[in-house]
Design a protein around this ligand. Structure first.
Ligand SMILES: [Zn+2]
Length: 241
């Protein structure tokens, strides 16, 4: 666990859970073919470790952002970003939940304001980045009142630019609107730099990038990679006030 702005962030890996191969062991995704009971148990293991209720998303590669409000923390909204104003919970004497994003190559982005009052978790995959999910989240955060507070971001482990090979057409399509995503693999074939594109979008929104993981999901055996091991599980980034 580490500090981002005035909040705490953590990225899980494959260790510490109960799922069997090929999902071994801390798979947090229900939608990938794993045993539901094992996933539910893994999610409880994570919640217990961080001593918080966790709000998860039903992620659909959109730019849809949901604000998590008191009384709705048991719901799993269909969206790709969650935003929370911790003050809404504290005012009612309630525990502030952690917000979670699940990934296995996509870019997990966690945001917290300097005061820790506002936090967000974003699923920034190729489609989400093209649809500007980061800009949309920044807009919702500011509308919730975070505008006066400096925002900090942590970019978690994702597939690196050298490993994310795509067709020439796909690279041309994505880099038309996101020139920062242009990349090549080690062999010189077309690739996309999702991490670089996420970083560029955060800076565009005036969000300070305080942490960038250098770990590549495709290259690390400790993380799930959709590209490398299909089917596979999902690890998570969690942010909490
Ligand atoms: Zn890589």
């Amino acid at each position: 666990m580490f500090a981002i702005g005035g909040a705490q962030a953590v990225f899980t890996n494959r260790k510490g859970g109960v799922s069997l191969p090929p999902y071994d062991t801390l798979n947090l995704g229900f939608h990938v073919g794993d045993d539901d009971a094992a996933v539910a148990r893994n999610r409880r293991i994570v919640a217990r470790a961080i001593e918080r209720d966790v709000v998860w998303m039903n992620q659909v590669h959109s730019a849809r952002v949901e604000v998590v409000r008191p009384g709705h923390t048991h719901v799993t909204p269909t969206c790709d970003a969650l935003v929370c104003d911790a003050e809404e919970f504290r005012r009612l004497g309630l525990n502030v939940p952690a917000l979670a994003v699940m990934v296995a190559d996509c870019v997990p982005v966690l945001i917290a304001s300097a005061s820790g009052r506002y936090v967000a978790a974003i699923h920034a995959g190729r489609a989400g980045i093209v649809r500007r999910v980061i800009a949309e989240t920044a807009r919702v955060l500011k509308r919730a009142g975070a505008g006066g507070d400096t925002l900090h971001a942590a970019i978690g482990p994702s597939i690196c630019a050298h490993c994310y090979e795509v067709g020439e057409d796909m690279r041309a399509h994505v880099t038309q609107s996101l020139p920062e995503a242009w990349a090549t693999t080690r062999l010189g074939t077309p690739a996309l730099d999702l991490r670089g594109a996420a970083q560029a979008q955060l800076r565009e929104e005036g969000i300070a990038v305080s942490f960038i993981s250098k770990r590549c999901t495709y290259e690390s055996g400790e993380l799930y990679s959709h590209r490398r091991y299909h089917p596979t599980g999902r690890f998570a980034g969690l942010i909490m006030s």
